[in-house]
Design a binder for this molecule. Sequence first.
Ligand SMILES: [Zn+2]
Length: 125
Amino acid sequence: MSSDTFDASKIKLTGAAPSACSSCYGQYPERLHIDFGAAFDGPVLFGKDGATLGQVDELIICDECLRAGADLLGLRSQGDLEAQVATLDAHAMTLAEKLAGAMVYIRKIEDAFAVRPEAPRPKKR
Ligand SMILES: [Zn+2]
């Protein structure tokens, strides 16, 4: 997908973690990061001792920040969807078993009605 102002092909997973996430400014080498291929004039980050840690000038977002944004859009992770599908499959299986039992019961009731003797009709006066 692309347009004059948007090119999805420039959005990529980074090979290594950046010096800081552009959203939370955290350094999380264990997280995945998405590079949106967009530069901006971001802040200079300082450590507790006042040392310069680096400047955030590329839009690179960690997976936790991206997930929080995706939640706001109503997007769900593949794992969440797979867990929901598994729950719904189990529920459907339970309902199918209950339906099979109910159909057996219905068949027994229909068979019983089929062989019952006719009730005597009241005599006409
Ligand atoms: Zn982040």
